[in-house]
Design a protein. Structure first.
Length: 106
């Protein structure tokens, strides 16, 4: 089995994204995806970039996308914004599908 892809979800304090990460971990397991999904606050991003495979930011950080992308570029970590509907509904399955389609599409 290949090594799990590590995905970091980021919001202000890591609370909302924490619920979404929990939901997404359950969905990933059901869908047979080998993802390790964690949530952290925005201030912790830089300390995780060397050890993650993807970074997803809360929709309220959309205006900071470019800044996060520049930060992640040296580590070749793709960065995207979690869609508002997935974030708002804490839709773990939707997030896993988003990860498959946007971050790691083959």
């Amino acid at each position: 089995m290949s090594e799990a892809k590590r995905i970091l979800l980021v919001c202000g304090m890591g609370m909302s994204s924490g619920f979404l990460a929990t939901s997404a971990r359950k969905a990933a397991k059901k869908l047979g995806e080998n993802y390790q999904i964690e949530a952290r606050s925005e201030t912790e991003v830089s300390s995780f970039l060397s050890s993650i495979d993807g970074l997803l930011i809360g929709p309220h950080y959309a205006q900071k996308l470019e800044s996060f992308q520049k930060q992640a570029e040296p580590y070749h970590v793709p960065v995207d914004v979690i869609p508002e509907d997935i974030y708002g509904m804490i839709d773990g399955k939707g997030l896993v599908e988003f990860i498959n389609n946007k971050l790691f599409k083959s």
